[in-house]
Write a protein that binds this ligand. Sequence first.
Ligand code: SF4
Length: 380
Amino acid sequence: MKKGFEITSPRITKRESLQLLKNADLLGLGMMADDLRKKLHSNNNVSFIIDRNINYTNVCINKCKFCAFYREKNDPDAYILSKRKLFHKIRETIKCNGTQILIQGGLHPDLDVDYYIDLLKSIKSKFDIHVHGFSPPEIYYMADKAGYTLKKTIQLLQEAGLDSIPGGGAEILSDRIREIVSPKKIGSRQWLKVMEEAHKLGMKTTATMMFGSVEGPQDIIDHLDAVRKLQDRTGGFTAFIPWSFQPGNTELGVKSLELSKATNSKLKTQNSKLQKPVTRHPLRSTATGVEYLRILALSRVYLDNVPNIQASWVTQGLKMAQVALRFGANDFGSTMLEENVVAAAGVKYRVTVEDIIGAIKSSGFKPVQRDMYYNIINSE
Ligand code: SF4
């Protein structure tokens, strides 16, 4: 820790966290998170789930600036997945010992709540599989279009077979930042409201955070605080998943790059006069590995009421995910037999279940397969 810094209260405050995020040395912060991880998970297990991300449509009216996945309704590669294809994907998942599907999509203007109810019922009538689906922006959109309350909408989805809700669409829970990166998306209050209603109905959900775009340290702390406060009231979050913005093929990424290039050429002009080399990397437009580890560790420290913290191998790669296990993470998340959203940004870390098991073992932990509720369903 930086000299002179001590956490004074039993529960870390926002002010203390901000200091940690800005000033703590990386390894000191990592050790603090690792100690907390050991206290919460003394068995040395690192869990993972075998599942598949299925995107039922890539059409989305929100057009978030950080998203490389969405298409306009009339684009040649716009799609709505047929039930035949969806069922084929589920069969494949089950064949690979998968126990869950994560089903998410864009906000398609032609799909209404009845479409989702029918989709869920038809999945559940054919397969014994956990359906983790529809992030808060999708649920809010369904409710809004149908004129239903959030409670009624979630209840209908639950009755049709929805088991749990993924934490997508949180990005940064600061409306100042959301106005820049996803101005058409629901605000932070609505995201939290969907989660609260789901928790009240007994449904478990996860929480995510996307950082490394245009937010500052205070926005990150505000996000963590919003999740902690809701968790204090409901206890419904099973895990927290921080991941970094992937700029490839995105409007925000292009803007960052243009900004970076402009700054770079300005630096070049200045530096050529000074005969100095250019030091700024022109492609620096997201969080570095060090920033990822700092934020991950701080998440473990701040979210003392969220049992599990996931390492994001999908955005960081397996090697960084191994390091993350010493910075507060105790879970490797999904094996992602299929993933399209991060891949659309040009980031394609493809791994097998064996790769994940090997990575966990070689980091000194015991790999265990889990379900969405973190029950162990398979261990060697
Ligand atoms: S991030 Fe989600 S809500 Fe935003 S444009 Fe992409 S698919 Fe739509």
